[in-house]
Design a protein around this ligand. Structure first.
Ligand SMILES: Nc1ncnc2c1ncn2[C@@H]1O[C@H](COP(=O)(O)OP(=O)(O)OP(=O)(O)O)[C@@H](O)[C@H]1O
Length: 221
């Protein structure tokens, strides 16, 4: 499903290269869920961006869906993302000018994978039935994040990459969003790689790893 082999990544800075990841090996099986923890600045978002093919490593290889990302040009990587990958961030990144229903189906339409039954099911499970014609600004923060999760899951991806998906929500809203996220990825047999600072958020996932000085270590949620 997702395999990182000896991946290294640095960023150029005026003081010289900043080495962020060094010798990362990571395997995620279909349907598996993994929490990625670590101090602020330890490289969690960097790793997620590499896994999504949004950035390229200095060294090492990333395989997603049995394709080596290095063998693909950007349009081919974008196509792979559209078809097989869902992305959810702390900022919801909804399209303000589109109604709920159009935000929800946006990714599925782009991937040519619209499924009205699955859309209806998502609307209902996400508690958004009846709100289809509203605009994102007319939703609560929790509703907006549930919509962002639904949008990512609408094309039925094989892998959901989530970066602090509940970082902007209060505890009650976060709990509801996370419970739904787990139910939905379970239902659709989607794998999950989730960056979080929170042990509470990491605890229900199958595994937890911690980034420390550029390396991955076994983590305790
Ligand atoms: N484009 C960039 N250019 C230079 N340095 C960068 C760039 N992107 C990230 N960094 C640096 O790389 C390091 C890792 O950043 P990253 O965002 O991956 O960490 P993180 O673990 O996700 O942090 P946080 O938990 O605070 O979100 C940080 O020191 C950051 O300042």
């Amino acid at each position: 499903m997702l395999q990182l082999t000896d991946v290294a990544k640095s960023y150029p800075t005026p003081q010289g290269p900043l080495f962020v990841l060094d010798g990362i090996d990571l395997h995620l099986a279909p349907g598996e869920s993994l929490a990625l923890m670590g101090e602020s600045g330890s490289g969690k978002s960097t790793l997620l961006h590499l896994a999504a093919g949004l950035d390229v490593p200095d060294r090492g290889e990333i395989h997603f869906h049995e394709r080596a990302l290095s063998a693909l040009d950007e349009p081919a990587r974008a196509d792979l993302r559209r078809r097989h990958l869902g992305l959810v961030f702390q900022q919801f990144h909804l399209v303000p000018s589109l109604a709920v229903i159009d935000n929800l189906t946006l990714q599925a339409r782009l991937a040519d994978r619209e499924d009205p039954d699955w859309t209806d099911h998502l609307l209902e499970r996400l508690g958004l039935t009846g709100l289809e014609q509203r605009y994102p600004e007319q939703l609560s923060g929790g509703q907006q994040q549930r919509l962002a999760i639904g949008r990512a899951l609408a094309p039925r991806p094989d892998l959901l990459l989530a970066d602090e998906p509940t970082g902007n929500l209060d505890e009650a809203a976060a709990d509801r969003v996370l419970a739904l996220l787990h139910e939905l990825i379970h239902e659709s047999r989607c794998a999950l790689l989730m960056v979080t600072h929170s042990a509470r958020v990491a605890a229900p996932l199958d595994r937890c790893l911690r980034l420390h000085y550029g390396r991955l270590e076994p983590g305790e949620p």
